[in-house]
Design a protein around this ligand. Structure first.
Ligand code: NAD
Length: 486
């Protein structure tokens, strides 16, 4: 304890310590050292935040989308002007490569704020005219809404939810993951300078089962947007049902990468590698099951093993590093235990499979080598459960029907990527795969206007574009006799 950085809650425009006075450590996973104190918040902090949000709501709603957008753009400007600090903080908190934070995490967080600031200006209702009646709809903010985000893309996913909630005219109670709270804290420190009225944005830090659960069970947070694990999502959904809350759930995945023998071979190998191992495999969209047509299986397997084992892994601060540390000791141990299970199930580890000891500053860090496993059937734990680490399995398939059966053979349905040079086949297979997102000859290509979300155990609802703004509003119908036709 007594670390360099003391993270505080941001409530009603002020940085406040938690009511409990208790803090816990935030660990830099690349060096296994604590660097910040995280508030252990509880229902007392939440009550302050909800009161502040309710007080701020009339003015924020009344301000209109243009002025709200200007404030959100100012916040984006401030993050952009301090981008280097945010990039370093994300790298230190999460263990991911600095280069990835610079290329993806922080730029996308800025883009999220700007995109939804502008999209908020487009949010509006519809009109319905008939001979007897004239009706129109209003899209109105809820008041106080809650967002809860995970540790794998900390600021990116935090802003992905925060921005539409604010742009739609709500005040927000936001809880970042307790594992990676730093960049959300830094964002909150710029809220006053950006011009947010006090109480519009409230950021509470702490443990999921404590402050997270308190937020989702509070009677005056009528809408909750959650991204995280499926088990947590289920708990939030069932708790929310009792209070009839509106809930959006973005959950786990066990995504297939499907490679046909007519694919551009080199592009497919690199695509499968990036889908499997980017961010140490800790992206809900990662392709953790690589399905390869049997005619090219051995050749593809050998090429993928070669590319994966050549990936540079080590100190996330080094510019040429592709794989950094896993987010925590507990998570590293969980992934290593999944590798034990894979071996017990009869899987053959073709590369990786172990903790990686990185010499020097990162000697104690939580690194795992990129790992490829073959020889496992569809219905084993390794091919069914989300591992969320640098681990992919390989399975051969005979034809399109078998590829689709294997691709759809889990309880998840978030994303898939298909590799084929036959455009008709790409469309055919995309239509038959049960997932919210399908990429053809690419992976993780994102347009913020498109619907984003999962089927089956991967989630409920879709975010992205106007859908995210609509989620954070109530739609009201107003009708009157049609004067024009009277
Ligand atoms: P997690 O479910 O453990 O935690 C996510 C957030 O929920 C954290 O802020 C945590 O504090 C909070 N939380 C935990 N228990 C809670 C409770 N009982 N009530 C309220 N809040 C609670 O998930 P994680 O380990 O942080 O993230 C990894 C998971 O997130 C993976 O399963 C991954 O697939 C998923 N994920 C999904 C998407 C998507 O868009 N579908 C994106 C990123 C990550």
């Amino acid at each position: 304890m007594a670390n360099g950085i003391k993270i505080q809650n941001f409530i009603g425009g002020q940085m406040l310590p938690p009511a409990s006075g208790e803090y816990f450590d935030s660990i830099n996973p690349a060096i296994a050292q604590s660097f910040a104190d995280v508030p252990d918040s509880d229902a007392r902090d939440l009550e302050l935040a909800v009161t502040a949000a309710e007080k701020a709501f009339p003015a924020w709603r009344g301000m209109g989308a243009e002025k709200r957008a200007a404030i959100m753009h100012k916040l984006a400007d401030l993050i952009e002007a301090n981008a280097e600090r945010f990039i370093e903080a994300e790298c230190m908190d999460n263990g991911k490569p600095l280069s990835l934070c610079a290329a993806v995490d922080i730029p996308r967080a800025i883009a999220n704020l700007r995109f939804f600031a502008d999209a908020g200006k487009l949010l509006g209702g519809n009109t319905y005219e008939s001979p007897g009646s004239y009706s129109y709809t209003l899209r109105q903010p809820f008041g106080t809404v809650a967002i809860i985000s995970p540790w794998n893309l900390p600021l990116l996913l935090f802003t992905w939810k925060l921005a539409p909630a604010l742009a739609a005219g709500n005040c927000v109670i936001a809880k970042p993951s307790e594992v990676t709270p730093l960049t959300a804290f830094m964002l909150s420190a710029f809220a006053n300078e950006a011009g947010f009225p006090k109480g519009v944005l409230n950021v509470l830090h702490g443990r999921g089962p404590k402050i997270g659960a308190a937020i989702t069970q509070h009677p005056r947070t009528p809408a909750i947007s959650f991204t995280g694990g499926t088990a947590t999502g289920r708990e939030i959904y069932s708790g929310g049902a009792k209070l009839l809350k509106k809930v959006s759930l973005e959950l786990g995945g066990k995504n297939p990468t499907v490679v046909f023998d007519d694919a551009d071979f080199a592009k497919a190998v690199t695509g499968a590698k990036m889908a499997g191992f980017t961010n140490q495999g800790q992206i809900c969209l990662c392709g953790s099951r690589v399905l390869v047509q049997d005619t090219i299986y051995e050749k593809f397997r050998d090429a993928l093993v070669k590319e994966a084992s050549d990936m540079s892994i080590g100190d996330p601060l080094q510019p040429d590093i592709l794989l950094g540390a896993l987010v925590s000791k507990a998570h590293m141990e969980k992934v290593l235990s999944c590798l034990d299970i894979a071996e017990q199930e009869g899987g053959r580890i073709l590369t990786g499979g172990r903790r990686k000891i990185v010499p020097g500053r990162c000697a104690e860090g939580y690194f795992i080598e990129p790992t490829i496993i073959e020889g496992l059937p569809l219905h084993c734990r390794t091919n069914q459960e989300e591992i969320f680490g640098p681990v992919v399995t390989l399975m051969p398939f005979r034809d399109e029907d078998e590829a689709i059966r294997l691709a759809n053979g889990t309880e998840y349905g978030l994303a898939a990527s298909i590799w084929t040079e036959d455009a008709a086949r790409g469309e055919r297979v995309a239509a038959r795969i049960d997932s919210g997102i399908v990429w053809v000859n690419c992976w993780n290509m994102r347009d913020l206007r498109t619907p984003f979300g999962g089927m089956k155990n991967s989630g409920v609802g879709r975010e992205g574009g106007l859908r995210a703004l609509e989620f954070f509003t109530e739609e009201k119908t107003v009708s009157r006799p049609n004067a024009a036709k009277a």
